[in-house]
Design a protein around this ligand. Structure first.
Ligand code: C2E
Ligand code: CA
Ligand code: CA
Length: 442
């Protein structure tokens, strides 16, 4: 048994499952398997401490046990539980059980005088419809990941496409390793515009992958994959070196570009991240103030201890910090004030709806005011229309970024544009981006 929760452990559960499969085969009954994974448990452990984390797990176990009869429940690992419906499982029965798990775990519990509540993601697989004995747990796991990736606090039934994708993913992942080794990855740069003057003040580096057979693969696809399979730090290290190399190369041509990079949560946990950045800056003789690190709000709020530590180290180095996709996560304002960030980026989803939704306007305007009162700069991303542009300027947004001004482009295209002023749209680069003397050629 699992000593912490006193639930059966995975081994015992697998034994019970094997018997259940035999019985089901003999009687042609159906089984249902729920795989329950807590959302954001790591954050709870880190902010409230492991003792409280353990207590929460015991409380979750007790609640699951009380729901489980006559079903069976086990602890599969850290914050993951399994529940078996041993007979007459139908999609309805499984969905009802999953709903009651969500409701039950969602009720607040008192831990050390504090109220905490958790949500969870649940994957459901039915036997025999969703696979044989050997695959049922894996399929419930795939369904759980699906629920998790759609935002959590939900249940999801297994569908075969969830694992079709997996074979594909394994292939993509193998290719990504190779791409990294062969230098098939490239950075594109998207300008940031100073709203009052319309001048370009810097650019955000965005990864691009030209796959030899599949064509351009979006970072929306390969970054999460790299994160899930432990390749993101290698990608991130490459990014840091490449950006610094590029800033240096631009400077040789007379362009003093400020660049923002996106950092993933795994990079923040990398013990030598700050040292790496410092080294790359130093090796390329770059003033740290030319570099900004963008970190999404969700990440910044998830693992607060690590985040605060790394943010302070970065700030000490002289690198700026920007909170990306702002408005989509759950920021604590007191926590936000403690972070040495200098910029908020309003998430694209609010910009997208500015012209049609009063709510989006309210959020955008509130974020702009919040940023101003916290003395932070504010950037709106994904500006595509003149209407959005006008509204954001009226609200007093400092900087704008989006297809309306410029799409992400190659480093060379950006340099040509800066030097010759031939671009998608006439726009000036801020004077401070240039050295006193301009070079003769690129
Ligand atoms: P993000 O950091 O929010 O980047 C903005 C994304 O919005 C970029 O997509 C950009 O091309 C796109 N975009 C910019 N303006 C517009 C617009 O006007 N309309 C629309 N529809 N889209 C616009 P991209 O390059 O596909 O990157 C997507 C996400 O992938 C990024 O979101 C970021 O989270 C991640 N990513 C990209 N490069 C890196 C990287 O080097 N490291 C890490 N960790 N993540 C990266
Ligand atoms: Ca970004
Ligand atoms: Ca963003």
């Amino acid at each position: 048994r699992d000593p912490l929760t006193e639930l059966p452990n995975r081994q015992i559960f697998e034994g019970m499952l094997a018997q259940a499969f035999q019985r089901a085969d003999a009687t042609q009954a159906k089984l249902g398997l729920l795989l329950i994974n807590l959302d954001g448990f790591k954050g709870i452990n880190e902010t409230l401490g492991h003792r409280i984390g353990d207590r929460l797990l015991r409380e979750v176990a007790a609640r699951l046990r009380s729901l489980a009869q006559p079903h069976m429940v086990a602890r599969q690992g850290a914050d993951e539980f399994l529940m078996l419906i041993p007979n007459d499982a139908s999609p309805q029965v499984a969905a009802e059980l999953a709903s009651s798990v969500l409701v039950s775990l969602g009720k607040p519990c008192l831990l050390d005088g504090r109220e905490a509540s958790v949500t969870c993601s649940i994957g459901i697989a039915l036997y025999p419809d969703d696979g044989g004995a050997s695959a049922l747990i894996a399929h419930a796991d795939a369904a759980m990941r699906f629920a998790k990736s759609s935002g959590g606090a939900a249940y999801c039934f297994f569908e075969s496409r969830m694992v079709d994708g997996f074979r594909d993913q394994a292939e993509v992942l193998r290719d990504l390793r190779r791409a990294l080794a062969l230098g098939e990855l490239e950075l594109f740069y998207q300008p940031k515009i100073h709203a009052p003057t319309g001048e370009i003040t810097g650019a955000e580096a965005l990864m691009r992958w030209q796959h030899p057979r599949r064509g351009m693969i979006s970072p929306v696809e390969f970054i999460p994959l790299a994160e899930r399979f432990g390749l993101i730090c290698q990608l991130g290290n490459w990014l840091i070196d490449e950006v610094c190399r590029q800033i240096h190369a631009w400077r040789d041509t007379g362009l003093r570009m400020r660049v923002a990079i996106n950092l993933s949560v795994h990079q923040l946990r990398q013990p030598d991240l700050v040292e790496r950045i410092a080294k790359a800056l130093h090796a390329n003789e770059i003033n740290p103030s030319l570099l900004t690190c963008e970190i999404t709000e969700t990440v910044a709020m998830e693992d607060t201890e690590t985040t605060i530590r790394v943010f302070h180290q970065l700030a000490k180095l002289g690198v700026s910090i920007s909170i990306d996709d702002f408005g989509t996560g759950h920021s604590s304002l007191s926590y936000l004030r403690k972070l040495p960030a200098s910029e908020l980026k309003i998430d694209r989803s609010f910009v997208l709806d500015l012209e049609t939704s009063e709510d989006a306007r309210k959020v955008a305007s509130a974020v702009i005011n919040l940023a101003k009162s916290l003395d932070l700069k504010v950037v709106a991303e994904g500006v595509e229309t003149e209407g959005q542009n006008r509204i954001l300027r009226e609200f007093g947004c400092d900087q704008l970024q989006g297809y309306l001004f410029a799409k992400p482009m190659s480093a060379r295209a950006l340099a040509l544009w800066a030097m010759d002023d031939v671009g998608p749209r006439t726009m000036n680069f801020r004077d401070s981006l240039f050295k006193a003397t301009q070079p003769a050629e690129l």
